[in-house]
Design a protein around this ligand. Structure first.
Ligand code: MRU
Length: 422
């Protein structure tokens, strides 16, 4: 099960074909590509370039672990909790492949250091750290005959993480299907679709599956400033599937509930802590509060790799991203207006101008501070159900899950899915 041939066999059996122009595998039914693929022969990681979507469908590739982590993951060429977990696993595999150590113990030491760097590039989604830890735990518990043996083991585990994400999204959508029916109008936030996983997606995959089974659904997709994943990625993805979708900006939720009769909300997650709190894209907590007030069911869909049973919500890091993400659209507008002659040379080039911005944490020193947290945390009280690949849970039941129980459930699903491949 752990060789390149098997990965390709699984992809082909699931209707994926290699698209040489794109350098990625594409689902021949939906036309949607995988978000990433590791080419063992070339020793390169290929990522669907989500910074270019929806304007251009193109891949970005690298054979350098640091570039994969910093440009690929932190730069959000690949994004979404599950996809960055798998990309992190392959970054570590690349880090291992380029090792030039004189002994296995030296190689392990370097690999653990590189693992720390990889997990730090996007600290909130636990999937990244989970994938790195999973590989490091595997190599910690084994003896290796050579450096080549170590490299093979790391790559095999990364492939396993890739395939599991691919397979388990199917059980996630099967688990979520029962909660959606014809006539539903579902509000979603950010992109928790195929693009946020290896393939298939978490939240959106349930809606796509329900739609492909003939349920008449409408999706309302929030723009999700500042990077607009809802407007760019979710619209692109749902449009390829053909689901009727309404695009709204982030401040149109209450009005849209009234106008479109939104009767369910469904989002993904970047981390679900033992106390049943859900960390997800900034703005999630706002709509969860509205859902609670309006008595609209609020569902969260996620992979088991998003669970963080070792922590409570107050203990997790929230990623703050560059202020330029917030002002980028204004920069483009200024450039556009200047190019059209609508602004003179006297106009500013950026708003707010650099010299008006302060990074100080002390409000007394603020000129203009741009605050850009990437995630917020929703209390479990606002969440109706958490749909996982291993089952559907109330937030208060998350604390009863144990790693042993999860592993047992996962291996049962994987075994049953892979029984036809031998
Ligand atoms: O910053 P992003 O685009 O990586 O954030 C993505 C989200 O918040 C998704 O909702 C989340 O990762 C769940 S999708 C598997």
């Amino acid at each position: 099960m752990k060789t390149i041939l098997d990965v390709l066999k699984i992809l082909k059996k699931n209707g994926f074909e290699y698209n040489p122009e794109l350098s990625l595998y594409v689902d021949s039914k939906t036309g949607l590509p995988l978000t990433l693929f590791f080419d063992r022969d070339a020793g390169r990681l290929f990522l669907l370039d989500q910074c270019k979507l929806p304007y251009e469908v193109a891949a970005w590739s690298t054979d350098n672990w640091y570039e994969a982590a910093v440009k690929g993951i932190k730069g959000m060429i690949v994004r979404g909790s599950q996809a960055i977990g798998v990309a992190g696993a392959y970054s570590l595999a690349l880090a291992c492949m380029s090792l030039n150590a004189s002994s296995i113990s030296e190689a392990l030491k370097i690999l653990f250091e590189r693992g720390e760097i990889i997990r730090s590039v996007r600290p909130t989604a636990v999937n990244l750290s989970w994938a790195v830890t999973r590989i490091l735990n595997r190599i910690k518990s084994r003896e290796f005959s050579s450096l080549a043996d170590l490299k093979l083991n790391v790559l095999d585990e990364a492939d396993m993480i890739f395939i599991e994400d691919f397979i388990l999204n199917k059980s996630l959508r099967a688990n979520g299907l029962q909660l959606f029916e014809s006539g539903d109008v579902v509000l979603t936030h950010c992109n928790a679709g195929s693009l946020a996983t290896v393939y298939g997606g978490s939240a959106l995959s349930i809606l796509s599956e329900a739609f492909l089974r003939g349920r008449r659904l409408t999706v309302v997709s929030k723009e999700t400033r500042p990077r607009s994943q809802g407007f760019k990625l979710t619209l692109w993805e749902l449009n390829r599937i053909g689901i009727p979708t309404v695009a709204i900006t982030d401040n149109m939720v209450s009005k849209s509930i009234e106008r479109f009769k939104i009767n369910k909300m469904l989002v993904g997650a970047d981390r679900i802590t033992a106390d049943g709190y859900v960390t997800n894209k900034i703005g999630t907590c706002d709509i969860a509060r509205i859902a609670y007030m309006e008595k609209i069911p609020f569902y969260v869909a996620a992979s088991h790799s998003t669970l963080d049973l070792d922590h409570q919500h107050g203990e997790i890091p929230i990623e703050e991203r560059d202020k330029d993400e917030v002002r980028a659209v204004y920069e483009y507008e200024i450039k556009y207006m200047r190019d059209k002659g609508l602004l003179s040379e006297r106009s500013v080039e950026k708003w707010p101008p650099d010299d008006k911005i302060t990074d100080s944490e002390n409000p007394i020193n603020f000129k203009i501070k741009i605050y850009n947290p990437a995630f917020d945390i929703t209390p479990g009280d606002y969440v109706s159900k958490i749909i996982l690949d291993i089952g559907v849970y109330s937030p208060i039941r998350i604390k009863h899950l144990t790693s042993r129980l999860i592993d047992k459930k996962i291996s049962r699903i994987i075994k049953s899915e892979l029984k036809d491949y031998d």
